[in-house]
Ligand binder design. Structure first.
Ligand code: NAD
Length: 220
């Protein structure tokens, strides 16, 4: 089934990648909003936001106006902004994640397992991203820290054109385990966004994670 969708941040790096994959999959972009303004050729059935936190107020207004689901991957959101998404999700379904790659979900599961088995080991996170990334540390590094459940150190590098590397280190006095995830292309995130659109279209309301998108049906 063709989905008519809207993008907030449509002319950005992720916005352009999303449009390219969704075109291939037969879906149609009918609405865009970014710093250069609004473009509309029809009513969207879902809104996808990959922009900056400053755009969130407008995103919320559009989701309310069209009364449709939201997929949001924008990073650097404040605690208040996450709260406003929770409030919005009382009326519409939302998938919010700082990382839409399957591999990162696996890294989070491995991190959880190592945390449970190695409670006394030192833990650190490092992340590397392209020079244009605005937020530091990355949203994904914060997700990993959230799984660890403690305020571990995060080291950040901003260099070249790296789409996103994250490593979690567990160390004792005699050994170190490191688990690393590298996004080698933005396409991995856009494939996750496509899965999330298919997931969210069947929901009435609620705040979902990308983990829910991948595993909720398997858990039932
Ligand atoms: P980008 O800078 O290339 O694009 C940002 C877009 O947002 C542009 O189109 C810009 O016009 C728009 N924008 C900026 N301020 C705006 C405003 N006030 N109102 C409306 N639009 C505004 O960035 P990008 O690399 O495409 O990344 C976009 C976001 O997605 C970032 O927050 C990034 O960290 C995040 N991201 C998330 C994932 C994920 O899996 N969740 C993956 C990659 C990137």
């Amino acid at each position: 089934m063709q989905v008519k969708y809207g993008i907030i941040g449509g002319s950005g790096k992720m916005g352009r990648e999303i449009e390219s994959l969704f075109d291939e999959a037969g879906h149609k972009c009918v609405f865009k909003f970014d710093v250069i303004g609004e473009w509309k050729s029809g009513n969207p059935q879902v809104i996808i936001d990959f922009s900056l936190p400053q755009a969130l107020n407008n995103t919320i207004l559009y989701v309310k106006k069209f009364n449709i689901p939201l997929i949001i991957g924008t990073t650097g959101l404040s605690v208040e902004q996450i709260e406003s998404l929770k409030t919005l999700s009382r009326n519409v379904p939302i998938v919010q994640s700082y990382n839409f790659s399957i591999g990162m979900q696996m890294l989070l599961k491995c991190t959880e397992m190592l945390k449970e088995n190695l409670p006394d080991w030192d833990v650190e996170i490092s992340e590397t991203h392209h020079r244009f990334k605005k937020d530091k540390p990355s949203g994904t590094a914060l997700m990993i820290r959230n799984v660890l459940g403690k305020n571990v150190n995060i080291s950040s590098l901003r260099i070249g054109n790296v789409p996103g590397d994250h490593t979690v280190y567990f160390g004792s006095l005699g050994e170190v385990i490191s688990i690393k995830h590298s996004a080698t292309s933005r396409r991995t995130f856009t494939e996750g966004v496509l899965k999330s659109v298919q997931f969210v279209m069947g929901k009435k309301k609620g705040l979902y994670s990308f983990n829910d998108v991948l595993f909720q049906n398997k858990r039932k």
